[in-house]
Ligand binder design. Structure first.
Ligand code: UD1
Ligand code: MG
Length: 457
């Protein structure tokens, strides 16, 4: 790698007209992250000493969305071309560095590819690729010895030059000191009346500076996004790529075409994912975990051997080993489940700890609760945690049995081993190892008649 410090300039001032959107193009999301954030993350991975983002359309939206980065945001107004854009960054770059130019709408260039561009700190390095259809791109012009002599934009190219299939991806690296000198000499006497960054190539050649090319491992690494159609295509390409990597590292996917990962998914051996699942944020699946079809898991950890049945939603939760979740379970933020906990269909758990071997199998709401181990929560049980102003806690001791259709009016404690009769409304603490119930006595009214419909007159 280069011994020079690295400065990265990210061009992101373009309008994105073809997105037909009020949101600046580079803030549209791919795999859950804004396009420009992918590029910023790569710059960080490359240990850039300085990062400068050139923005324009969309006002302050871009800097405001990316406040988490140690980057300089520079407004380019008006936008007079790619060379003019890089000129805006010059005051923020250090002369003893190597500058790498990236694009806010080209999100998937891999660090390994870019590292190839930083190997010759005295040269101008272009990232180029041969395309079956080079239409629209600047062409790489080489001499008889295959040395790069210049880049010609399609609109300025002769018919012979348009036949060239090696194209300029736009991404380049150059010693900052040289780049500064070249940019100061740019002119806009071309078909588009713009200051072309690409004109620095001929200047480097004239000055005797080595111009070399590096190539991406995959075409998608240099694909830009100009429309929602291209966005969706690139999203699929990236999801397929992620899926391939997961499978190569031992994750089973029922169908690699039907998984979406918008964040970081990690897993231990022999985890399996059925079709249509979405993973967001940071998710870890333990050994032998099974995730059923159409489940959504966000920022959660799933313990070894746990099975999640289809259509379950899990967010900000920690789920222990050997649990049985769903189908149709909803586990919300702050839920912590111990080992072998069963959460069945239409059960919602929020901000609650549920200890080992406890079960809530049907149609319940457990919110702001501390539930011990070996507790059985009957169908339809509700913790009434909210009094209209404040949230209160429900505590259920080990081995308690909550009969079906119980309302636990918090704050309330059900002691260990207590049994609550079905259909009870529990307003005060229930003692241990006793049956507590609050239920009207059953009566039968003899001689009672169902109302009959009145005869029509
Ligand atoms: C540019 C290259 C071309 C290359 C192509 C790759 C030049 C002159 N041409 O052409 O050789 O094949 O990219 O896609 O560089 N931008 C700004 N400010 C500006 C102008 C552009 O920030 O004033 C940004 C845009 O937001 C965009 C990028 O620079 O992300 C490229 O600009 P664009 O106008 O798309 O360049 P092309 O004409 O496609
Ligand atoms: Mg253009």
């Amino acid at each position: 790698m280069s011994s020079l410090p690295l400065n990265v300039v990210i061009l992101a001032a373009g309008k994105g007209t073809r997105m037909h959107s009020d949101l600046p193009k580079v803030l549209h999301k791919l795999a859950g992250r804004p396009l420009v954030q992918h590029v910023l993350d790569v710059a960080v991975k490359l240990h850039a000493q300085k990062i400068c983002v050139i923005y324009g359309h969309g006002g302050e939206a871009v800097p405001q969305a990316m406040t988490g980065y140690d980057a300089k945001f520079v407004l380019q107004e008006p936008q007079l071309g790619t060379g003019h854009a890089v000129q805006q960054a010059l005051p923020h770059l250090s002369d003893d560095s190597l500058t790498l130019i990236l694009y806010g709408d080209v999100p998937l260039t891999q660090p390994e590819t870019l590292q190839q561009m930083l190997l010759a700190p005295d040269a101008l390095t272009l990232l180029t690729i041969k395309l079956a259809d080079p239409t629209g791109y600047g062409r790489i012009v080489r001499d008889a010895q295959e040395r790069i002599t210049r880049i010609v934009e399609e609109k300025d190219a002769t018919p012979a030059e348009r036949v060239i299939t090696e194209i300029n991806t736009g991404i380049l690296a150059a010693p900052t000191r040289l780049l500064r000198g070249w940019l100061q000499q740019l002119r806009n006497d071309n078909a588009q009346g713009e200051f072309y960054l690409t004109d620095i190539v001929a200047m480097a050649v004239a000055q005797g500076v080595e111009v070399r090319a590096a190539h991406p491992a995959h075409e998608w690494e240099v694909q830009g996004v100009n429309s929602r159609v291209q966005m969706a295509q690139l999203e699929r390409v990236w999801q397929r790529e992620l899926a391939r990597g997961f499978m190569e590292r031992g994750l089973s996917l029922a169908d690699p075409e039907r998984i979406d990962v918008r964040g970081t998914l990690t897993f231990d051996r022999d985890a399996e994912i059925d079709v249509g699942c979405i993973f967001e944020g940071t998710v870890h699946l333990g050994k032998n975990v099974k995730v059923g079809a159409y489940s959504i898991v966000r920022d959660s950890t799933i313990g070894d051997g746990t099975h999640i049945a289809p259509y379950s939603h899990i967010e900000d939760a920690t789920i222990g080993a050997d649990c049985r979740i769903g189908p149709y379970a909803r586990i919300r933020p702050g839920a912590t489940l111990g080992e072998d906990v069963h959460i069945g269909n239409f059960v919602e758990i929020k901000n609650s700890d549920i200890a080992a071997h406890s079960k809530a199998n049907h149609l319940s709401y457990i919110g702001d609760a501390t539930v011990g181990s070996n507790v059985n929560i009957g169908a339809g049980t509700i913790t009434c945690n909210y009094d209209g102003a404040n949230k209160h806690r429900t505590v259920i001791g080990d081995g308690a049995f909550i009969g079906s259709d119980t309302q636990l009016i918090a704050p309330v404690t059900v002691a260990a081993g207590a049994t609550i009769g079905a259909g009870s409304t529990i307003v005060s603490d229930a003692p241990e190892n006793a049956l507590t119930l609050s239920r009207a006595k059953q009566v039968t009214v003899t001689g009672w008649q169902r109302p009959a419909k009145g005869k029509k007159k």
